[in-house]
Design a protein around this ligand. Sequence first.
Ligand code: MG
Length: 264
Amino acid sequence: MNTSLKHLLLGSVAVCSLSGFCSAQEYLNGIEWKQPPIVTPGSENHLPPSDAIVLFDGKNTSRWENGEKWKVVDGELVVGQGTITSKDKFGDCQVHIEWSAPTPPKGSGQGRGNSGLFLMGIYEIQILDSYDNPTYFDGQAGAIYKQTPPLANANRKPGEWNSYDIFWTAPRFNEDGTLKSPAFITAMNNGVLVLNHFELLGDTPFNQPPKYRKHDETGPLTLQDHGDPVRFRNIWVRPIVPVEGKQARPPFLRNGNKETPIAQ
Ligand code: MG
C-alpha cells in the first residue's frame, strides 16, 4: 500500500472516532497480546504497589549490605558509615526513593546534603541539597553526575521530603565486552521531569571520563555516604517486564464479515 493511501485510511479512522459516527470498519493489528498483570497501586502514589520490592519500609536495613552501619530513626534511614548496597539486583526497573537533606543546612556546594543513588551500583543520579545552594550544574540534584544537569531544579527546602521516580533501562553488552546498547534514564523529582530518556555515556566517577565496562545484566542499588546525614524513606523498586505479544496474523481491516489484509 502506498503511503498516501495509508494516511487516508488512518485519517478516516480518526475522523470516525472524533465525529462519533463510526463506520463498521475496524483496524486490527493481528497481535495476540498477553494480558497485562494486575497491579494494585499503593493507597497513595508514593507508596509501593503490590508487585514492588520494598527495600526500605521504615523498619530495618535487612535488605542492604552494610545496612547495620546506617541508622533507622523514627522510620527514616539516616546515612551512616560507608555506602549501602541492596541485596536485590535489578536490570530495567522503576525506582521510587524519598530523601531529605539535613536541616539546618550545613556546608555549601557539593558539601551540603550530598548523597547519591547508584543504579546497578555504578551510575549515579545525584542527591544533593540543591535548594538555594549553587554548584556545578551537572552535579546538582537530579543530575547524572558529570554527564548532564537535570532539566529543572525542583528541590524542596532542607528538612522537607524530595521524591525521585526513576525509570531505568540497563545497558547491554556484547560477549566481547563492547557496548550493545547504552543505559537510558527518565526521572522525576517531586513530580517534575528532570531527566528525559537521557542516554548515559558510561559510569559517573569524579576524576575520570565516563566509560562503559561490561557487567552483569542486573546490579544492586547503592546509596552513597558523602559525609552528610541525608535521610531516606519509602524505597521501592519494580523490575520492568516488557509486554508480550505475538503476531498471530498480518494486520487487517474488518467490516462485518469482510476482512481485508493491509498491504505491508
Ligand atoms: Mg553524590
